[in-house]
Design a protein around this ligand. Structure first.
Ligand SMILES: Cc1cc2nc3c(=O)[nH]c(=O)nc-3n(C[C@H](O)[C@H](O)[C@H](O)COP(=O)(O)O)c2cc1C
Length: 171
């Protein structure tokens, strides 16, 4: 039997939680939807998880109070834009709170109900219908049934971990 030492242990506050999750690298997406005013909304989101294959379902976690979340809930649809390795500046722009973020980012409506498609910056895009929402603390978990999957760019995925962006590196 081996004894394992605990390197350190702290009560789980927001900073410790963020530190721990930074050691769990993930892909980077922009979740988009159209607001009741007809204007596009979107935010950078790495809290994304596949939930079910049949039916194809994902969950995204969006901060409570976000204009993007409001548009998602009002329209009951959204698009999940999975960013590619050359889209770091777009990931930063859509995390900045800049109200003009769509002015410099090419987008178009998808062929089915969903949200704006970031055709230059996404390698894949899923149009989703909201099927369930659950507020958890300061975020809302939005479960989306995936209706359509479009592929746009062939670049490898963009990753985020340890508070840094990295391209997926082929070995
Ligand atoms: C790499 C990265 C990942 C992020 N992931 C999330 C996330 O999963 N959920 C979230 O609510 N905010 C996330 N954010 C922060 C939002 O993008 C940021 O708060 C943004 O301003 C929200 O847009 P809004 O003004 O439309 O709410 C992330 C930011 C970065 C840089």
């Amino acid at each position: 039997m081996t004894d394992y030492e605990t390197l350190s242990a702290k009560e789980a506050g927001p900073d410790e939680f963020r530190d721990m999750m930074s050691g769990f690298p993930s892909g980077v997406s922009v979740v988009t939807a159209i607001g009741t005013d007809g204007q596009p909304r979107g935010m950078t989101c790495s809290s994304v998880c596949s939930v079910s294959l049949a039916p194809p379902t994902i969950v995204v976690c969006l901060r409570y109070g976000s204009p993007t979340l409001e548009a998602v809930l009002d329209s009951e649809t959204f698009a999940l834009n999975l960013l590619h390795s050359r889209a770091k500046s777009v990931a930063l722009l859509f995390a900045s709170g800049d109200p003009r973020r769509f002015d410099t980012t090419p987008w178009r409506s998808g062929p089915s109900a969903g949200g704006p498609h970031l055709v230059r910056d996404a390698h894949s895009i899923a149009d989703c219908a909201v099927m369930l929402t659950q507020r958890v603390g300061d975020h809302v978990a939005v479960f989306g049934r995936t209706r359509l999957i479009a592929r746009h760019q062939q670049h490898p995925p963009l990753l985020y971990g340890l508070r840094e962006f990295r391209p997926w590196a082929a070995t």
